[in-house]
Structure formats: C-alpha cells, structure tokens
Design a protein around this ligand. Structure first.
Ligand code: KG4
Ligand code: ZN
Length: 404
C-alpha cells in the first residue's frame, strides 16, 4: 500500500510518501520521498514558535510541497477528476474553511495538479500533540484530499511517530525496501524534543505507557532558552551543541557547575526549568557591570549545560531500564540529533547489551515520514478506520503508569 504522511504540528511543514507491506510476521517499507520545509528562520525573530505564523505558513506551503512530492515520484495515477467536480469541492471547501484557513483554501483552488488522482491508499495525518492552529491546517488539508481523491484518512499521534521513525534503518537510502528490525519487548522510548520529554514503555507493539515526564520545561525548550540567554539564534539546541564541541576540542571547561535536576529523585520524572534559571544567573553574574560574554565563557557554559542535560537524561534512562526490565532502547525527537547525548545513550545501551534505536538525521526532527510509517503500522492489521478528524493539542501517548 502507498501512504501519504502529513505533519504540521509545529514549525515544520512536512509531507512524505511511502510504500509498506506486511510479510509474514515482519513489516517492510520503502521511502519514496520525504520533504520538510522548516519555518525556523521566520520564527527566530520571535525567539520561539509563533502559532499564528506557523498556521499561515503551513497554509501557504502545503500545496507547493505536495506538488514537489508527487512530481516525478513514480506514483501511479487513476482517472483524473472532472473540472466540475473539482470546482464543486473547492467551493464547498471555501465555504467551510475560507475564514479559518484562507491561505490553504486559495492555494488549493489554484492547484490544477490536484485533479490528477494518485493511487494512494490512505493519508496519515498528525492529530496531536502540537500547536492546535498548526495541526488544523494539516488536518484540513487531509480532509480536502480525502474528499477530492476519495481516500481514507488515519489520524496519527506525533509522539508515536517519533518512536517508530527511530526504527528505520539510518543507513538505507530512499527508494530501497527495508524490513523493520524486530523490536524486543518491553521496549523503552526516551522522547526528547522541543515540546516533550517523556520516558515511554512499549510493552507490546502499538501500546504505550508514560512512565516518566517533565514537570515543567521540555529538554529542547531548555536548550532553546539557554541558547537565547547566550545570545544564540533560535533554535538554540544545535548552536549550543556546536559551542560545546568547540569547548571540548579546545579543552575549555566552565568554572560554573550547573545543577543536575531531579537526578536523585528516585522517580522517572524530569525538570529542566531550574537548569535554565541556573544559566540565567550565571549569565547575569558574568555580565554584571555591563561586561560582554566572552566566546570562551559561552563555549564553556554550553559544554557544562550539555553535560548537565546528558547526566540527567542518562541517569533517568538507566533508572527506567532497571525498573521496567526494558529489552531495547529507542531514542526519538529533535534533541536526539545531539552527538554528545547519542554517545551517552550508546554507552548505556552497550553496557547492558541492549539494542539501541537512534533516529537518523532526517527523522530526528519533525517529519512526515514517521507519521506515514506510524499510520502504516496501524493499518497493516486491516484498513484504517477513519474517525472524526480533530486537532488534539495536548494528546498524550497512552496512559500514565507509575513504575516503582
Ligand atoms: O522534535 P523537534 O524537531 O520538534 C518538536 O516536536 O519539538 O525538536 C526540536 C528541538 C528544538 O528544541 C531544538 O533546539 C532541538 O530539538 N535540537 C537540538 C539539537 N538539534 C535540534 N538540541 C540539542 N542538540 C542538537 N543538536
Ligand atoms: Zn516532534
């Protein structure tokens, strides 16, 4: 089956096309294309994601991105829509959503290529968690394509996308069939992104229990806020990582020791707001009397910050492995692009001889490939059940479970 994935939960407009099939007990997929249009530069002026701007940009980006995705993709086409049916759908769409998503409606109305009906079996779209105005754009686009092309839509949880995206083989090029490696259960996922920090137990395929989470800021948010305090562009995570690496190469350390929050709490929860505050105090002290931050100070503090985060995440991961008897570790979310963190997780997994699933660079940040894949895994037991489509900004991945 061929699946179109749509992801608009934050500041990335993303589409992907995959093929998937079940083979005996196994599952195979082939990535045809995955496109991500990042709005990060636009949002950087606001120091974070600005929801109404994200919504408008998704509305503008989706149609051209779909054109790029389909063009030359090799996807087959059925009989085209007759122009009258197309206009009727567009009129209905305009009446329904013209006020809510004017950019999307107008770009769809002008897109003649949508009259060609690709042979896609279903659409998988992110329903949450995320920014609701942004999520709605992807959902409304999926609803429109569903009407135009007469194909079902399956809503997908963004966090499940981050879990399953990490199962893809990072070394295989697009276009080749790959068999997903069988996952030993229970597996444990550490999801670290700009909006989330969660430890999720996966006792069985498709079942999730949250065993630990942040009580305040997400780890990516802490990176971004610390980055801002150090005068780095948004998102701060990659910039802090770069400075930390330079500090390591130049053997620079920080005179300031940052806290390792909740490391001794005995549970699996996180807290990162204190770490950010500690960076704030360190910067304030350094700049007292109008002094400028020196490049070496920034590098040293970035390194110390990254180490504090690594110590904290790694301690909780180790605790969770012990408490849950996990047989495999999955790391997902944008922050998992961080090399220092990847090294730590690798060491923890190797010491316990546990398989570690780390996302490749093109799936660590938000993307639609992981959404299409999550949809494919759900549907491979049967055809997807389209249910009422709605954005769920605070949607959770499974129930909370207390592990003692
Ligand atoms: O998963 P993601 O793309 O979007 C959300 O769903 O939040 O994660 C974005 C987050 C940002 O906070 C960004 O600073 C962080 O991932 N990030 C990093 C690195 N690359 C991206 N954090 C630390 N080190 C990196 N190399
Ligand atoms: Zn994400």
């Amino acid at each position: 089956m061929t699946i179109l994935g749509i992801e608009t939960s934050c500041d990335e407009t993303a589409l992907a096309l995959i093929e998937a099939r079940r083979r005996g007990e196994g599952f195979e997929c082939r990535i045809i294309r995955s496109l991500v249009h990042s709005q990060a530069e636009l949002h950087s002026a606001y120091g974070g994601v600005f929801p109404s701007l994200a919504k408008r940009e998704h509305g503008k980006n989706l149609v051209p991105l779909l054109h790029k995705l389909l063009d030359g993709s090799g996807v087959e086409y059925g009989a085209p829509l007759d122009p009258e049916a197309f206009s009727r759908h567009i009129d209905g769409f305009r009446a329904d959503l013209g006020k809510q998503n004017p950019d999307l409606v107008e770009s769809v109305a002008g897109a003649d290529f949508l009259k060609n009906v690709p042979r896609i079996d279903f659409i998988a779209v992110t329903e949450g968690p995320g920014l609701e105005p942004a999520l709605w754009v992807g959902i409304n686009f999926a609803r429109l394509l569903c009407l135009l092309w007469n194909i079902p839509v399956l809503p997908v949880n963004h966090m499940e996308g981050h879990v399953v995206g990490s199962l893809l083989d990072p070394d295989l090029p697009f276009g080749t069939w790959q068999k997903l490696k069988p996952l030993p259960y229970p597996a444990l996922a550490l999801l670290i992104s700009g909006g989330h920090t969660e430890l999720v137990l996966v006792p069985l395929p498709g079942k999730y229990e949250i065993v630990g989470q942040t009580r305040d800021d997400a780890v990516g948010e802490a990176f971004d806020k610390a980055g801002r305090l150090l005068g780095l562009p948004y998102p701060g995570g990659p910039h802090i990582a770069l400075l930390a690496r330079q500090a390591f190469e130049q053997n620079l350390t920080s005179a300031i020791r940052l806290p390792r929050p909740m490391i001794e709490s005995g549970d699996l929860d996180f807290s990162f707001s204190g770490l950010k505050t500690a960076v704030l105090y360190a910067v304030r002290k350094e700049t007292a009397g109008g002094r400028e931050l020196t490049p070496d100070f920034k590098k040293g503090l970035a390194r110390e910050f990254e180490e504090a985060v690594a110590d904290t995440l790694d301690a909780k991961l180790r605790g969770a492995i012990e408490k849950t008897g996990a047989q495999a570790i999955i790391i997902g979310g944008g922050v998992s692009a961080n090399d220092a963190l990847r090294k730590r997780f690798r060491k923890t997994a190797d010491e316990r001889s546990l398989p570690l699933f780390l996302p490749s660079r093109h799936v660590s940040g938000d993307n639609a490939l992981m959404i299409a894949l999550a949809g494919a895994l759900h549907s491979s037991a049967g055809m997807p059940k389209s249910r009422e489509l709605k954005a769920h900004g605070t949607k959770r991945l499974g129930e909370n479970a207390v592990i003692t």
